[in-house]
Design a protein around this ligand. Structure first.
Ligand code: ZN
Length: 182
């Protein structure tokens, strides 16, 4: 297994802004712990973040949000990427769509993704769907993802497990697994 840690949309808009998840603050320390574990064993840490242009399709549904070049689309201070960590801006729900993420992961030899971030039922779900189509093994960190409501959150977790074969684990298990089994 060659893993990467994927962090979806931990930007000001979704943690502290208009489209925030009420649970977002809770997952920050969980993700931070995973980041430090990943750094210890040099597992790539990869952010995929909404950085929209003013005419993007999604605004029909959500209104304008997380525009490129604004505070809204900046990664929150608590999870600021380190020097050798990667940020892939996106304009769609999925972290794979038109971002070059798949190519980068292949160049790095990655075959397994530990997925965290927001929102469980939107950008996390679409990213996991594409990960499935591209053939990655996905560990979904259940206490490291959040949605608008518990209902959205639990439904999406079950859906990703049943439909995309994502393995649901908690963060303590993720910390145990992310550096490999020795
Ligand atoms: Zn968006």
């Amino acid at each position: 297994m060659k893993p990467a840690l994927i962090i979806v949309d931990m930007v000001n808009e979704f943690v502290k802004g208009r489209l925030r998840s009420p649970q977002a603050e809770k997952i920050i320390p969980v993700i931070a712990k995973l980041v430090s574990r990943a750094r210890e064993c040099r597992v790539p840490v990869i952010h995929v973040v909404d950085r929209h242009l003013p005419f993007d399709h999604e605004f029909r549904v959500w209104g304008s949000h997380s525009l490129a070049g604004t505070w809204d689309s900046e990664i929150i201070d608590e999870l600021k990427p380190g020097r050798d960590e990667y940020v892939f801006p996106k304009r769609f729900y999925s972290g794979f769509r038109d971002t070059g993420l798949d190519l980068a992961l292949r160049d790095l030899g990655i075959d397994t993704l530990f997925v965290t971030g927001i929102h469980t039922h939107i950008c996390v779900l679409h990213t996991v769907a594409d990960a499935f189509y591209y053939g990655y093994k996905v560990f979904l960190v259940a206490d490291g993802v959040a949605a608008f409501s518990d209902r959205d959150h639990s439904y999406a977790l079950e859906y990703m497990k049943n439909v995309y074969g994502a393995e649901l684990i908690d963060s303590s298990k993720a910390i145990e697994l992310i550096c490999g089994r020795g």
